[in-house]
Design a protein. Structure first.
Length: 256
């Protein structure tokens, strides 16, 4: 029944030069084990690549409090000024002078541009807090860099802007879990990619398949009548090959 439906719909599709979704569904269903194998293979390959070849990264965060000329926090004006200062501080922390001093103090083997690309600064809304997040392949070194960055930038801001140095309210910690890459996420993406690629391959095969599947196809596309057809042996031979050989031998014995 399934083959009959596919044949009938294929004739209509060829006449209209279109690809039928039902025909594509039957083609995918017929190759379901190939699709499953491609899904599993994609997940395993990407998972192995992520685990063995991709360098894990760790992040650590230091929190600083922006202070104004007044040390009290009761004044609304101080709060507003402090919120404005956080924008200036975010710029100053990423200046070349600060980053190069951090590199020299810790004897890091990287340029200030590389260090800058590994730093993210966040200012929670309606606060005077600055969160300095550093990313690095070493969990021990990332804590050291984050703490040194906070210390150097606080002194630099105090000297340049002639204001009280930002107060470090929370030092960073040594991370115990990597920030990236996510192994489970990459495995799912790899499995999805394998499934999409295999399904796309099946779709291309269906679209490129221009073979003649029935007698009607010969009449329609070649314009020649069918004089005779040879049915599939499975359609009219009911017995097994071994049974047929035995029957032939028995017939020969009878004739003798």
């Amino acid at each position: 029944m399934e083959n009959t439906v596919m044949t009938d719909r294929r004739k209509v599709n060829r006449a209209n030069n279109t690809v039928d979704l039902l025909e594509l569904f039957f083609a995918l269903k017929k190759r379901i084990f190939i699709l499953i194998a491609a899904l599993i293979a994609g997940g395993l390959i990407v998972g192995a690549y992520t685990k063995l070849l991709v360098t894990p990264l760790y992040s650590s965060t230091t929190t600083m409090l922006v202070l104004t000329s007044e040390t009290t926090l009761s004044s609304l004006a101080d709060l507003q000024i402090g919120s404005q200062l956080t924008k200036d501080y975010s710029r100053l922390i990423l200046t070349r002078s600060v980053l190069e001093e951090v590199i020299d103090n810790l004897e890091l083997d990287m340029s200030y541009k590389t260090l800058r690309s590994n730093i993210a600064i966040n200012n929670p809304e309606d606060t005077r807090l600055l969160e300095l997040t550093v990313t690095d392949p070493s969990p021990e070194r990332v804590k050291t860099i984050a703490d040194e960055l906070a210390s150097v930038s606080a002194d630099f801001i105090s000297d340049q802007m002639e204001v009280p140095a930002p107060k470090i309210v929370e030092e960073s910690e040594i991370p115990t879990e990597q920030t990236s890459p996510s192994l489970s996420k990459n495995i799912m993406l790899g499995a999805l990619l394998g499934l999409v690629v295999s399904a796309g391959g099946v779709a291309v095969m269906v679209m490129m398949d221009d073979t003649l599947k029935s007698e009607d196809d010969i009449v329609q596309y070649l314009g020649s009548p069918v004089l005779a057809s040879l049915p599939d042996r499975k359609d009219y031979i009911g017995g097994k090959p071994s049974d047929q050989k035995k029957s032939r031998k028995s017939r020969r014995r009878k004739h003798r």
